[in-house]
Design a protein around this ligand. Sequence first.
Ligand code: NAP
Length: 363
Amino acid sequence: MKLRENVPLAPYTTLALGGPARYFVECTSEAEVREALAHAGEHGLPVFVLGGGSNVVFADEGFPGLVLRVAIGRDEGIAFGEGDGAAPEIRAGAGADWDTLVRGAVARGWTGVECLSGVPGTVGGTPIQNVGAYGQEVADSLVRVTCLDRATLERRTFTASECEFGYRDSRFKRRDRGRYVVLDVTLRLARDTPPPLRYPELRDAVARVGGPGSLDAAAPADTVRLVRQTVLALRRAKSMVLDPADPNACSAGSFFMNPVLSAAAFAELERRWKAGGETGVIPSFPAGDAVKVPAAWLVEHSGFPKGYRRGGAGVSARHALALVNLGGTSADLLALAQAIQAGVQARFGIRLEYEPEVVRVPT
Ligand code: NAP
């Protein structure tokens, strides 16, 4: 285990924000994770477990304990097993790059994660918030997650149903928040299966990219490849693919969760909107018995248009849901996030929740 001191955290985050970690360790094996946790326990250090840094905001003051970066399987850590018959399995270390896994699955023509192309971050982060896009989510293909209990250092394996997945949600965000370090993840995909194209936006774009009749004529494996290509193009157009040359991509992806409202709450939202003299329709999508409202729409209609700028932070010029670091500080970014939260609350009576984890300095 190689413990380093006073390591700037900004380079380890997609937002490029955050002061130094008092101690920092990169763990490439379970044994190293155990050693790091034991060391922190012995010295009474708070621990923050870091993956790809795509969903985290560190304070400008940094972190006064140990930042443990999970790098298990980062290099060559993805096993594309053949599994049994029609259902090939992929097992990957938590530190493996998520999109490398997706690229490998798609190259083999396997169906199940193609809509999740271009999502930044590591494999280990994906079950925590049940990463999803265009109607597909990790919960659809996940078989098991192996974790290490941070307190007891015992290993525990969770099946998909034990993960208690919900919309961008799992037990790891709720009752077991902060309890486990994910070590590896196993997914089960499908062979010779047409990919699900649940969102009209994606279906239309795939048909455009592939040309007329492409969806009907192509073999499933070719459609899977076409879906990946299309999703990457859609995400790129919104600056939602990591790109050092794109200032709008210096973000943590979506900063706010899309609120899911009861039918009554949505009716109240519409009433409030119309009472203000508005005649346009509020975009919404069914989510079981409830209604999902795009947070980006709420942000834009609360006085924070795309390209809005305040201090060293702003709203992405390409997507109102992404907050971008424009050369400022974490404090700038969090002040903007708070202002947006307050603006949406005042305008619509809805409290937007942050999607990234904000790591405050323990007092
Ligand atoms: P988008 O495509 O502009 O869509 C905005 C909102 O509309 C999202 O709430 C999306 O729901 C919803 N939506 C659109 N078409 C829908 C349909 N046919 N049925 C149901 N809901 C529909 O969203 P975006 O921000 O550019 O992101 C593209 C995709 O990447 C979205 O699916 C988004 O959720 C996903 N994404 C996921 C994460 C994450 O997992 N942490 C982070 C960033 C983006 P959904 O959110 O349920 O898809």
